[in-house]
Design a protein around this ligand. Structure first.
Ligand SMILES: Cc1cc2nc3c(=O)[nH]c(=O)nc-3n(C[C@H](O)[C@H](O)[C@H](O)COP(=O)(O)OP(=O)(O)OC[C@H]3O[C@@H](n4cnc5c(N)ncnc54)[C@H](O)[C@@H]3O)c2cc1C
Ligand code: FES
Ligand code: FES
Length: 508
């Protein structure tokens, strides 16, 4: 396959107005490692090497399918495997430093607002703000909190940084064009588009350790190639956004005989809406998905925007979250409560499975050898239904759940009530509370029955104690969340959210 017409064997991406080519690279080399060790672009820092601190934030550009346009997003270089950058554009903090005579407006604003002290976090903040600067012509406090949710500063304090973000759009930049950021149709933008188009050859990336070795990294461009190769190499590991796998690389030094990347197969990156369901390709990222889900379920706003941080959501896929099968993954309780189905593929054969049958045991799924998740199907919202989805974690932003709960109530007023209750963090797998559901379906919702439902719920799970929460806390919180949701239904309240993002941001 290497070097034939259907594949290429070196990683190519656009950096500062030219195509950069990387060959003879271990597939698990992170972008951060490559930047610092090979390119000596040491402005991008390593703080945690696990996606938490944002010191390694870079901006990535991607040619939009069927559009003469590049979309930009922030990413954590410490988690991104270098080969996944193939065909994309990269900005590091050094890209901003190439302004010949002046600082970039974002940097100038940081200086003027005294937003840096030791400076270790500063390149990461600058890159997050740079993305925002390029994406919008002005910003506000709430947007800044969302965009900076993945950047941590341990000495300056956040107020001056937020001030710098609020002020940055007021700075005029005389040499903005130099950065080749598409969107305003300059000759430089056209140059970038041409470069990216030249990399868009429609061929798979296939890497080998040496010409005589087998492939150790493959990024197929179509579904049948992906399915065929995975069936042929069932010991390979599927790599989607890499936000879980990246940690296995940096923290446990795990080796992989072969990685197969799902992120270049167009059909796996698509979302389609039918009259019955929302169909989501398994490589759709959280950032791609959130606007569609919010159109259907606006009450998920707080919940979805608390999934990790913006740079993580830009890489992390829904398929990766489901297949990683963590008992504390955030999407599963919501998907379980909504009655989600999965389409699984092995070679040319597909089968459909309800998500509540997918998890067999701790981190064990029903996927067979060589089989993978192709797409996720969420039924369209039932008229008059109520949804309450809650995440309890120690920190508001960028934290893994101690408990996650989701309740979906249909036909409450017509007498054929149907509730689905799902939890994460209270068992070895994400799970529904079937006995509690049955009780609520059969009995009117009132204070007496709510108390009975909570007694039944207490018998359904046996949570563990760990660093995130004690077993007792988890049980209590699980009951409290269901109690709150049912009380609101009983009282006829329409808002099922615990707090709104706006309330939180104004400190209430
Ligand atoms: C800093 C940080 C914060 C995080 N915060 C949260 C959070 O708030 N909530 C939360 O739920 N998670 C969180 N995570 C975990 C992670 O981001 C999610 O689980 C994410 O959705 C994983 O998706 P991915 O595309 O990055 O998966 P990857 O890392 O690429 O893959 C994860 C697993 O899924 C498998 N896989 C991927 N695609 C397929 C497929 N199509 N078929 C079969 N198997 C497949 C892979 O082989 C691997 O085993 C966080 C992670 C980090 C680093
Ligand atoms: S080094 Fe901390 S997020 Fe990458
Ligand atoms: S300036 Fe020191 S960590 Fe932010």
């Amino acid at each position: 396959m290497q070097g034939d017409q259907t594949s290429h064997n070196s990683i190519r991406f656009v950096l500062d107005g030219a195509v950069h080519e990387a060959s003879n690279v271990e597939p698990t080399t992170t972008l951060l490692e490559y930047l610092r060790e090979d390119l000596r672009r040491t402005g991008t820092k390593e703080g945690c090497a696990e996606g938490d601190c944002g010191a390694c934030t870079v901006v990535v550009g991607e040619l939009e399918p069927n559009a003469n346009k590049v979309s930009l997003f922030t990413a954590n270089a410490c988690l991104q495997c270098l080969p996944t950058l193939d065909g994309k554009q990269l900005f590091t903090v050094e890209s901003l430093g190439e302004y010949p005579d002046s600082l970039h407006p974002v940097q100038q604003s940081m200086v003027d607002k005294h937003a840096s002290q030791c400076g270790f976090c500063t390149p990461g903040f600058v890159m997050s703000l740079f993305w925002l600067y390029k994406s919008q012509t002005r910003t506000n406090y709430n947007e800044l909190l969302r965009v900076l949710s993945g950047n941590i500063c341990r000495c300056t304090g956040y107020r001056p940084i937020l001030d710098a973000g609020l002020a940055m759009h007021a700075y005029e930049s005389e040499r903005e064009d130099w950065l080749n950021v598409p969107g305003n149709d300059t000759p430089q933008d056209q140059h970038t588009l041409q470069l990216l188009s030249s990399l868009d050859t429609g061929t798979s990336l296939a890497l080998r350790k040496s010409p005589t070795d087998g492939i150790n990294y493959l990024a197929p461009v179509d579904l049948s190639e992906l399915a065929g190769q995975y069936q042929k190499h069932p010991d390979a590991t599927l790599l989607a956004g890499g936000t879980d796998i990246g940690i296995w690389i940096t923290k446990t030094f795990r080796k992989f005989p072969m990685l197969i990347h799902t992120g270049r197969v167009a059909v796996l990156k698509q979302i389609s809406i039918t009259s019955k369901s929302i169909e989501i390709g398994s490589a759709v990222t959280l950032t791609q998905l959130i606007p569609t889900l919010l159109q259907e379920f606006p009450e998920l706003d707080d919940f979805l925007n608390r999934f990790a941080s913006l740079p993580i959501r830009n890489l992390a896929t829904l398929g990766g979250n489901i297949c990683n099968a963590s008992p504390i993954g955030d999407s599963m309780p919501v998907l379980l409560s909504l009655g989600t189905e999965l389409k699984l593929r092995k070679g040319n054969t597909t089968r459909t499975m309800a998500l509540n049958e997918f998890y067999l045991d701790y981190q064990k799924t029903a996927l067979q050898s060589g089989e993978f998740l192709e797409s996720i199907s969420i039924p369209r919202r039932a008229k008059g239904s109520k949804l309450g989805s809650y995440k309890i974690s120690k920190r508001f932003d960028q934290d893994i759940s101690a408990v996650c709960a989701s309740f979906y109530l249909q036909n409450h007023d017509t007498g054929e009530r149907k509730i689905r209750i799902a939890y994460g963090g209270v068992a070895a797998i994400p799970k529904r509370a079937y006995a509690t559901e049955e009780f609520i379906n059969r009995n009117p919702i009132n204070p007496l029955n709510i108390a009975k439902a909570l007694e039944i719920l207490a018998t359904e799970f046996t949570p563990l104690s760990d660093m995130r929460a004690s077993a007792g806390y988890r049980s209590q919180v699980s009951e409290n969340l269901l109690s709150r949701f049912l009380q609101r239904i009983w009282q006829g309240e329409t808002d099922t959210r615990l707090i709104s993002v706006r309330d939180y941001q104004h400190g209430t």
